[in-house]
Design a protein around this ligand. Structure first.
Ligand code: GLN
Ligand code: ZN
Length: 757
C-alpha cells in the first residue's frame, strides 16, 4: 500500500532545555559562538536520529531555530529592520539575537522587534517588519547548511519553510502604511530561488507551511495564494501544510494551486472526509494530520486506523502524520520520573508521538489493527481510572443554573452598597496583586517544596513577607491593599497544585519565546477543590490592617488556556469545573471577611478561536464560566478582574458581560489609546487603566501619571476611575516599586484636590 509518514516539526529546545541553557550562556558570554553552534548541531542530530529510529520516512529540517522560526525566515529573506543592520550589512547570529532582544555585542541597545502570539498557541514569534518597497534576497543560509548536515548524515530530508503569504500576514508595516501584499512582487522571486536551491541538493519534497489558510481570509488574501503559487512550479514537489484548524472553507482556492500535496489537521479541523477526498486532486498527496501536536495524550490509534483505512480504499497517495509541528508539545515522556505509571501510560510527548506515527503506519501497511490494541488500551484505562471521574463534580455541573451566573442586583445598586461599605476616596489606588519576588522568597518556596523546611516554618516566613508588604502599602497610603502573592510560583501552577484533577511534570517544557519555556499543568480528571487555597493568607493579611485587602485568584478561562487539557470532555465543561472549584474559594474568602476579590483573566482574549465566526460561541461560554466563579457573592462584595493587554476592542462586549465591578487593564504602553476608545464605548462599571508600565524599570514621574489621569477623566467618569499600575509587580525590585507607587499616590492626591468639587 503506497503510504508514507512524516512529522511537521520536532521541538527544538531539547529534552532538558539544552537550547535555553546554551542561548542564555552565550548571551552572558559564558560560552563561545562555536560552543553554541555545536550544541545546536547536537540537538538537531539527536532529533533527526529520533525520527529515523521511529522509522519516520523523512527527517524534518528547518524546524530548528536559534530563537524563532519566523525570525529565521526574516533572516533567510534578508528582512532585517534598519536599526538592527550591521554597518557592513553582513548578517550573523548576533544580528538575529539583536532583532529579537535589542541587545548585541558592540551594538547599542535598541528596540527589539515586537513579539506576538503564533495563532492560537502559547508560542510567540518575532513580528516581521515591512517598509514600503522593501526588497528581499537570500541572506542567511542556515537552512541550506542544515539541509547539508542532514544529507551528510545520510538522512532522507524534507525541509520545511514558512510560506510567503503567511509570512506577509504575520508581519506589520512600519512607517507609511501600505498594503503588505504589494511586497509579493519582490518576495516571490526570492522564494523561487530558495525552492530551486533546495531542489538542487537533490531534494524532492518541500513542506511549505501556510497556516493562515485556516483563517477566514478575505478575497484579496486568497487571490494572493493563486497569484504567488502559480510561480512555484519547479521540479520540486510542494506539500502545502495547513494546521490548527480546518480549511474546507478555503478549499476551492487551495485545490487550484499548482502544488503536489496538501496536509490537513484532522485533530483540530472538522472535515467531511468524503468531500475532502472528492475535492483534493487525485494525483496530490493527501497528508492526514492525526497525531495531536498540541497535547500530551496518547492517540487513539485504533480510531485513526479506521479513518485512514477508509481513505486508503478510495485514494492512492496518502501520508500519515502529526496534526502540526511538535513544537507545541514537550519532548520526551521518558524524562519523567515522578508521574505514576498509571498516569504516564496515558501520555505521549514528541518522541512517543513519532513512535505512534510509526505504529499506525505499520498497522495500515499490514492492514492489521491488532498491533494497535495494546497502545490504544493504555489510553482507554483513563476512562476507568478512579483519578478521573467524580460523580459530585458531574452532578454539580449539571445543576448549574442561570441564577448561578448573574449577580443578584445590577452594578449601579452594588456600587452604592460597596461605596458605603468600603468608604474609599475618590480615585481609589490599588495594585494588581504581586509584589517583588526576591531570591529569598523563591528559595523559601523551593525549600518548602523540597521538604527542607516544614509548613510551620514556611508559613512563618511567608507571614513575615505579608506583614512587610502590608506595612509598606500603608506607608505608601494605598487604599486597597494586597497580600503580595509570595506563596505563588506561577499564577496557574499554584492553583493547579491546590485543585484535584491536575498532574504536573518535571520536564514537560514547551517553548514560549526565545529561551523562555513554560511547563503547563495537565488536567487529567474532574476538577474540584477540597480545601481552602488562599483564604488563610488573605485573612492573615486583613488582620494586620484596617484598610480593605483584595484577594487574588486566577480565573477559570486562564487556568484552562494555560494547561494541557483532557480530551474526553469539551473545553467548556472543564472550564465550568474549574469555575465551580474557584467559586468555593470565593465563598470561603467572603466568609473569611474578604470582600474585595480579583479574578485575573489575562488569557481571555488569547482563547479566541482562529475563525471569527466562532468567536461568539467561545466568548459566551468563557464569560459564563467567569460569572460562575464571580456571581454567587453578596452585593457588597466587590469583584475585580484584570487583563494585561490593551487590544481588546474586539472583545469589549464580552468584557462588559463579565460584569466585574472593577476591571484593571493595561494602557500604559499604548498612550492611553484605549481610553480614546472608551470615548465611543462607555464601559458601564469601574475601571483602572494602568497608569504606568510595570514591564519597564523606568520610574514614572508624578506629572506623567497626572497627565494620564487628566486624560482618563475626559472619557471615564471620575467616580468610576481607579488608579493602579498596569500589571503585577513581581518582576520589579523593591526600590523601583516603592518609588513608582509613591509617585502614583502623590499624582492621585493632586488629582483629587483638583477634582474635589
Ligand atoms: N495577580 C497577578 C499578579 O499581580 C496578575 C498577573 C497577570 O496579569 N499576568 O502578578
Ligand atoms: Zn497583568
Amino acid at each position: 500500500m503506497p503510504i508514507m509518514n512524516h512529522i511537521l516539526g520536532f521541538p527544538r529546545i531539547g529534552s532538558q532545555r539544552e537550547l535555553k541553557q546554551a542561548q542564555e550562556s552565550y548571551w552572558s558570554n559564558q560560552i563561545s559562538r562555536e560552543q553554541l553552534l555545536k550544541i545546536g548541531l547536537d540537538l538537531r542530530l539527536q532529533h533527526w536520529k529520533k525520527q529515523k529510529e521511529s522509522e519516520i520516512d523523512f527527517v524534518c529540517v528547518g524546524d530548528f531555530s536559534w530563537y524563532d522560526h519566523v525570525l529565521s525566515t526574516s533572516m533567510l529573506l534578508g528582512n532585517i529592520p534598519e536599526r538592527h543592520k550591521n554597518v557592513n550589512k553582513c548578517v550573523d547570529l548576533d544580528t538575529l539575537f539583536y532583532i529579537a532582544r535589542g541587545i548585541a555585542p558592540n551594538r547599542k541597545p535598541v528596540a527589539a522587534a515586537e513579539m506576538t502570539k503564533w495563532f492560537n498557541t502559547n508560542y510567540h514569534y518575532i513580528v516581521p517588519e515591512f517598509v514600503q518597497d522593501q526588497t528581499f534576497s537570500i541572506t542567511w543560509c542556515q537552512l541550506f547548511h542544515e539541509i547539508d548536515e542532514a544529507l551528510n548524515y545520510g538522512y532522507k530530508v524534507k525541509p520545511v519553510i514558512l510560506g510567503p503569504i503567511t509570512y506577509l500576514w504575520l508581519g506589520k508595516t512600519k512607517g507609511k502604511d501600505f498594503n503588505r501584499l504589494d511586497l509579493l512582487r519582490n518576495l516571490i522571486p526570492v522564494y523561487q530561488e530558495i525552492l530551486s536551491k533546495i531542489h538542487e541538493k537533490g531534494i524532492d519534497w518541500i513542506q511549505i507551511d501556510e497556516p493562515i489558510l485556516s483563517l477566514e481570509l478575505s478575497d484579496e488574501w486568497l487571490k494572493a495564494f493563486e497569484l504567488s503559487y502559480s510561480f512555484f512550479s519547479g521540479n520540486y514537489k510542494l506539500l502545502l501544510t495547513t494546521f490548527f484548524d480546518g480549511i474546507e472553507h478555503n478549499l476551492k482556492t487551495i485545490v487550484k494551486l499548482p502544488v503536489d500535496g496538501l496536509h490537513v489537521d484532522l485533530v483540530h479541523g472538522k472535515y467531511n472526509l468524503v468531500e475532502l477526498n472528492n475535492l483534493v486532486p487525485e494525483h496530490w498527496i493527501l497528508s492526514l494530520g492525526v497525531i495531536n501536536g498540541r497535547n500530551i495524550w496518547k492517540s487513539d490509534l485504533k480510531y485513526w486506523f479506521n479513518i485512514i483505512r477508509t481513505m486508503l480504499m478510495v485514494r492512492k497517495h496518502v501520508w500519515v502524520g502529526a496534526s502540526c509541528s511538535f513544537l507545541h508539545c514537550p519532548v520526551d515522556l521518558n524524562s519523567e520520573k515522578n508521574i505514576s505509571i498509571e498516569v504516564k501510560n496515558w501520555f505521549s510527548f514528541a518522541v512517543q508521538k513519532c513512535y505512534e506515527i510509526n505504529l499506525l503506519t505499520k498497522a495500515l501497511k499490514s492492514d492489521n489493527v491488532s498491533i494497535l490494541e495494546e497502545w490504544s488500551n493504555l489510553l482507554y484505562t483513563h476512562n476507568y481510572s478512579n483519578q478521573v471521574n467524580n460523580p459530585f463534580v458531574r452532578s454539580a455541573i449539571n445543576k448549574i443554573h442561570k441564577s448561578d451566573t448573574v449577580r443578584s442586583v445590577p452594578y449601579v445598586i452594588r456600587a452604592n452598597l460597596q461605596k458605603r461599605k468600603f468608604g474609599l476616596p475618590l480615585l481609589p489606588t490599588t495594585t494588581i496583586g504581586s509584589f517583588p519576588q526576591t531570591n529569598d522568597i523563591r528559595k523559601l518556596r523551593l525549600d518548602y517544596k523540597n521538604k527542607n523546611i516544614n509548613f510551620d516554618d514556611y508559613s512563618a516566613e511567608i507571614k513575615k513577607h505579608i506583614r512587610n508588604v502590608i506595612s509598606t502599602q500603608e506607608e505608601l497610603e494605598l487604599d486597597v491593599l494586597v497580600h503580595g502573592e509570595f506563596e505563588r510560583n506561577d499564577m496557574v501552577e499554584y492553583f493547579g497544585e491546590h485543585l484535584h484533577g491536575f498532574v504536573f511534570t518535571d520536564f514537560g517544557w514547551v517553548q514560549s519565546y526565545g529561551s523562555r519555556c513554560v511547563k503547563p499543568p495537565i488536567i487529567v480528571g474532574d476538577v474540584y477543590r477540597s480545601k481552602k487555597i488562599t483564604t488563610e493568607w488573605l485573612q492573615y493579611a486583613q488582620s494586620l490592617t484596617k484598610k480593605p485587602v483584595k484577594a487574588m485568584l486566577t480565573g477559570p478561562v486562564t487556568i484552562l488556556s494555560w494547561s494541557f487539557l483532557r480530551e474526553d470532555l469539551p473545553k467548556q465543561i472543564i472550564c465550568n469545573q474549574i469555575a465551580l472549584a474557584l467559586r468555593d474559594e470565593v465563598s470561603d474568602l467572603e466568609s473569611g471577611g474578604i470582600h474585595i476579590i480579583q479574578i485575573d483573566e489575562p488569557a481571555l482574549r488569547e482563547g479566541l478561536p482562529l475563525k471569527k465566526s466562532e468567536w461568539n460561541e467561545y466568548l459566551s461560554w468563557a464569560t459564563k464560566s467567569f460569572r460562575i466563579t464571580s456571581s454567587k457573592v453578596q452585593d457588597i462584595t466587590q469583584i475585580h478582574t484584570h487583563m494585561c493587554y490593551c487590544e481588546f476592542q474586539d472583545i469589549m462586549d464580552a468584557i462588559v458581560e463579565l460584569d466585574a465591578d472593577v476591571i484593571t487593564i493595561e494602557t500604559a504602553r499604548s498612550d492611553m489609546e484605549l481610553l480614546r476608545f472608551f470615548k465611543k464605548f462607555k464601559y458601564p462599571n469601574e475601571i483602572g487603566p494602568g497608569v504606568y508600565d510595570i514591564h519597564s524599570p523606568n520610574i514614572p514621574t508624578i506629572s506623567e501619571i497626572e497627565s494620564l489621569l487628566s486624560e482618563a477623566i475626559k472619557y471615564i467618569p471620575i467616580d468610576r476611575l481607579w488608579v493602579n499600575p498596569d500589571c503585577g509587580l513581581k518582576t520589579r525590585n523593591w526600590e523601583e516599586t516603592k518609588l513608582a507607587l509613591k509617585n502614583m499616590v502623590i499624582a492621585t492626591k493632586n488629582m483629587r484636590k483638583k477634582n474635589n468639587s
